[in-house]
Design a protein around this ligand. Structure first.
Ligand SMILES: Cc1cc2nc3c(=O)[nH]c(=O)nc-3n(C[C@H](O)[C@H](O)[C@H](O)COP(=O)(O)OP(=O)(O)OC[C@H]3O[C@@H](n4cnc5c(N)ncnc54)[C@H](O)[C@@H]3O)c2cc1C
Length: 383
């Protein structure tokens, strides 16, 4: 085998999935994660169709994921007085298998046996003909045969190896926030409320309260959640329904996460010995496909490295060829206008799609098609 050691940046979904496969194929894997531990939180994420199911089954995690399912619960869209306007069926929001993102990250982490460097980050990458010299904020410098960037939409590896974020990430005109507001808010029926350009969802098993709002790109310190809480509160000034009560709870929210809705577009997934996967390569925030793409992407990338006996030039080219078509869904659409339509009329039209069995059927069919649109190779039959 040509290459044997790999450094993966990011321990959320794509990173541990790649680590799982490569350790199984005999590689020595190190994962570096900026957070001090596997990050909890996030809404429920979902898997659809036989392709996702096959990869999870081959990883040996399907049964455990099924045990942690949140179960697709219907969500009622209400007006400012709380009167129901439409119902979003669980099968639409939850796919076929739905699980809290934090639970999934924890399961994947447990199914890897490799070195983790938590609370650290790569500071520089320098490629030589036979490896990549890496420096870290905390750990001693080391050399790896390959480096994989699984560090999300705002990927550090992409910035270091490919160039600045502005060249690859497009803001889609919306931001979203997740906040743990306590049992009083989380308990009860799942409801969603809209005003033009603003959406709020609370209740049900999908964990945190969830907000989506239209806005130009906001510039803030990613580590400063106090500042981010203020940005959310500002964005919901003057809102009706239960928003005054919910906003009053934001400063004390146990967990808080805010980010933009953005899309990643990159013409090559690899450069030399450095490769990208997951949201770092094909992210489209809240598009509904990120987690499935991350899992399948890790499977294909690791499988191609196995098939090419570690020759990264051959493997990265094959990964690109096989996967780019499957990941095309990440280049389409934005969830923003659907979740937070810009006018009262557009809100009514969106609600109406959920009242029509026919339109809903079409939407479900389209998402199923994208989730299975790849011929999945069996890289290690019988293993
Ligand atoms: C806390 C959190 C909450 C989320 N909530 C939702 C949600 O509610 N709904 C949804 O659809 N998707 C959510 N996502 C995104 C979802 O996980 C991804 O779209 C998808 O699963 C693909 O995962 P990924 O592993 O490629 O990227 P991500 O899940 O974004 O993970 C990237 C990982 O890289 C780490 N990282 C970032 N920078 C560095 C660095 N410099 N050095 C080392 N590590 C770094 C991050 O801490 C994170 O663990 C969330 C992600 C996170 C991290």
């Amino acid at each position: 085998m040509k290459n044997r050691t790999v450094l993966i940046s990011g321990a959320s979904i794509a990173g541990p999935a790649l680590a799982h496969w490569l350790t199984r194929y005999g590689w020595t894997v190190t994962v570096v994660e900026r957070a001090p531990a596997v990050r909890p939180g996030g809404q429920a994420v979902d898997f659809k169709g036989p392709t996702h199911r096959a990869v999870l089954e081959r990883m040996g995690v399907l049964d455990e994921i099924l045990r942690h399912q949140t179960g697709g619960q219907d969500q009622t869209i209400v007006d400012a007085t709380g009167k129901p306007q439409a119902v979003i069926p669980g099968e639409f929001t939850g796919g076929e298998i739905e699980i809290r993102r934090g639970d999934l990250a924890e399961i994947l982490h447990r199914h890897t046996s490799c070195e983790y460097l938590f609370g650290d980050t790569i500071t520089a990458l320098s490629e030589t003909p036979d490896g990549v010299d890496v420096t870290f904020a905390n750990a001693e410098p080391r050399r790896f045969d390959l480096v994989a960037g699984a560090d999300g939409i705002h990927s550090n590896v992409r910035r270091l190896a490919f160039g600045p974020e502005r060249d690859y990430v497009r803001h889609l005109g919306y931001h979203y926030a997740l906040a743990e507001l306590g049992e009083q808010v989380a308990d009860g029926e799942a409801v969603m409320y809209n005003e033009p350009g603003r959406m709020t969802a609370v209740g049900g098993p999908k964990a945190s309260a969830f907000f989506v709002f239209a806005s130009p790109e906001l510039h803030y310190d990613r580590t400063d959640t106090e500042q981010q809480r203020r940005l959310l509160i500002d964005a919901y000034q003057g809102a009706g329904w239960r928003l005054p009560e919910l906003m009053a709870r934001i400063p004390q929210a146990r967990e808080f996460y805010l980010d933009s809705l953005s899309r990643v577009t990159i013409d090559r997934y690899s450069r030399g010995r450095v490769v990208l996967l997951g949201d770092a390569a094909y992210g489209n925030t809240l598009g509904g496909f990120g987690t499935g793409l991350a899992i399948v992407g890790a499977y294909v990338l690791a499988g191609e490295l196995l098939a090419a006996d570690g020759d990264h030039r051959v493997a990265f080219a094959r990964y690109e060829k096989l996967f780019r078509g499957y990941a095309k869904i990440s280049q389409r659409g934005s969830a923003g206008p659907f979740l937070a339509p810009p006018s009262p009329l557009r809100i009514k039209l969106r609600d109406w799609t959920f009242k029509s069995r026919f339109l809903l059927g079409l939407m479900l069919k389209a998402t199923d098609k994208f989730a299975t649109d790849i011929e999945l190779p069996d890289y290690a039959p019988g293993s």
